[in-house]
Write a protein that binds this ligand. Structure first.
Ligand SMILES: C[S@@+](CC[C@H](N)C(=O)[O-])C[C@H]1O[C@@H](n2cnc3c(N)ncnc32)[C@H](O)[C@@H]1O
Length: 305
């Protein structure tokens, strides 16, 4: 199993943040494990459902999910492009970085949709990155690298656009991540971040918005209800998500963690959904709740000075 800490020498980097090494070691181990049983085409996010966004996406690319997904995760990725000032032609000259790309499906989807000059996905999970490179990479146009959001292995000003999807809530030092985003962005480049927040992490995000003077925040959307709609539909009996989950060849421990029908992986706690297994486990105090007390899911877009 790949250990992101060993690969990137994070011990020094996180010296000031108690437990940062352990958090990153656990995160990379968990996602390495998830990569070992994920199926081709899997995204690792809760998705969102927004009829207007879906119509727009379908206009650009009819039948974009072609029956191989429920389309909610693609909508979440499409949302990251909202508010960007680029025309279709301008997209073609951009260098795009996704930090926390998981198995790379989202970046693969966006790169086919808007065809940027170069798209790079980075993730702490070495197993996810190996899968992405083996299955999705396309020459220099789409590549994936193992690395840490808080120490991006790229030169100053290398990218026009950095996106970040349902990942930053894992980072022990989000401030450091923002600093790295500013560093790797060209002047005038954009940073698009969409994630889930509890009251504490959102207050921290707000403070960072004030503190990081190089970023001007130009677009914001609360997509909480859209994300909840996706989760509700995924949790419905007979949904595409539930059928796919049943077909996965997962070790039993992963099924227990994921809950009946994949409830925890799909973000069921966010809509207050508890299946029978999670109730029993909670009563028996076998493990704490899978996710924290998340309150909102939001998209923010900034322009670098
Ligand atoms: C919920 S998944 C989202 C993956 C992908 N964006 C998607 O939507 O399918 C969170 C991802 O963040 C990655 N991650 C967590 N901490 C990270 C860090 N410090 N640096 C880079 N990636 C990290 C995890 O390995 C995982 O792939």
């Amino acid at each position: 199993m790949t250990n992101g800490n060993a690969a990137t020498g994070l011990r020094d980097l996180n010296a000031g943040i108690p437990g940062a090494d352990q958090i990153k070691g656990a995160v990379s181990a968990v996602y390495d494990d998830v990569a070992s049983w994920s199926r081709t085409g899997d995204f690792w996010n809760w998705g969102m459902h927004c009829p207007e966004l879906l119509n727009e996406l379908t206009d650009i690319c009819p039948n974009f999910n072609a029956g191989v997904s429920d389309g909610f995760s693609e909508q979440l990725y499409f949302q990251t492009l909202r508010g960007l000032p680029y025309s279709k032609n301008e997209f073609r000259s951009l260098n795009v970085l996704e930090v926390g790309c998981g198995m790379g499906e989202g970046l693969n989807f966006l790169s086919r949709l808007v065809d940027p000059a170069r798209a790079v996905g980075l993730d702490l999970s070495g197993a996810a990155i190996r899968r992405a490179n083996a299955l999705l990479a396309r020459g220099d146009r789409l590549t994936y690298v193992e690395g840490d959001a808080e120490r991006l292995p790229f030169s100053d000003g290398e990218f026009d656009l950095v996106i970040n999807v349902e990942s930053s809530h894992n980072y022990p030092d989000v401030e450091r991540f923002f600093g790295e985003v500013v560093r790797v962005l060209k002047p005038g480049g954009h940073f698009s971040i969409i994630d889930v927040y509890d009251s504490r992490s959102y207050a921290r995000f707000g403070a960072l918005q004030q503190e990081v003077g190089e970023l001007t925040w130009i677009h914001e959307r609360d997509v909480t209800e859209n994300v909840k709609s996706s989760i509700r539909q995924r949790m419905a009996p007979g949904s595409f998500f539930r059928k796919e989950y049943a077909r996965k060849q997962m070790p039993i421990r992963a099924r227990i963690i994921g809950g009946l029908g994949g409830a925890h992986y799909a973000g069921a706690d966010f809509i207050g959904h508890r299946d029978a297994l999670s109730r029993v486990l909670e009563l028996a105090r076998v493990r704490p709740k899978f996710v924290g007390q998340y309150e909102s899911y939001r998209h923010h877009l900034a322009r670098r000075a």
